[in-house]
Design a protein around this ligand. Structure first.
Ligand code: GLN
Length: 206
């Protein structure tokens, strides 16, 4: 198959650059996505951490909410971290008034679940899907996955059983920020999905 894998980072707000840099390190062509035509030029999308209520509002102002919902429904691989996980969740607890998500992940997430006094911390997570070292995860006012519907699968939980990583088909949602601790395996997993889907949907080469 010709060319690099072309993936987008939703660049409305949040830690866009860290994701773009990590994707580039992994050999992908990472582009910033703000408009519908930019979304249609990519084979996968990362929704970064930031502030989900702002990403929600800007996505509606920029006319991106419906195109992203359609892309998700059509099977585009999406990786959402922190606010990005909130944007992928079907239901949000402690959302601001009128806050919406793109949806797709059959989960309920609670925003700012780790309390004000402990705004950020690092935890070591055992992720059975990964070989090798446990994951070192940075939590920055992150959400927790409060309930997981039958469509979604748990990828990682804290020692106390709270769910912090889930996956459903081509969607991957994380409460934490792998892009700031140098953890690459979630992005690799996302890129593998993008590659697999490209192979299936690529027009035949002549
Ligand atoms: N608390 C933020 C929100 O509700 C998420 C924080 C983050 O992405 N680091 O969107």
């Amino acid at each position: 198959m010709a060319g690099k894998t072309r993936v987008g980072v939703l660049a409305l707000q949040g830690d866009v650059r860290e994701h773009a840099a990590l994707l580039a390190q992994l050999g992908a062509d990472a582009v910033l996505v703000r408009r519908p035509d930019e979304l249609s030029s990519v084979d996968g999308l990362v929704i970064p951490g930031g502030e989900s209520s702002v990403i929600d509002k800007l996505s509606r102002i920029f006319g991106m909410q419906q195109p992203i919902r359609h892309a998700i429904a059509a099977g585009m691989p999406v990786l959402g971290t922190c606010a990005g996980l909130i944007m992928l969740a079907d239901d949000i607890v402690d959302a601001i008034d009128g806050q919406e998500s793109f949806g797709g992940l059959d989960v309920v997430v609670r925003r700012n679940a780790f309390g004000r006094q402990v705004e950020s911390f690092e935890a070591v997570l055992d992720v059975p899907a990964f070989e090798g070292e446990p994951v070192s995860a940075a939590f920055i006012r992150g959400p927790v996955v409060e309930s997981v519907g039958p469509g979604a699968e748990v990828l990682a939980e804290l020692d106390d059983g709270r769910v912090v990583a889930v996956e459903q088909g081509n969607l991957l949602g994380l409460s934490f920020h792998p892009e700031i601790t140098g953890e690459r395996r979630f992005h690799q997993r996302f890129l593998a999905r993008v590659e697999a889907r490209r192979r299936v949907t690529a027009p035949p080469q002549v």
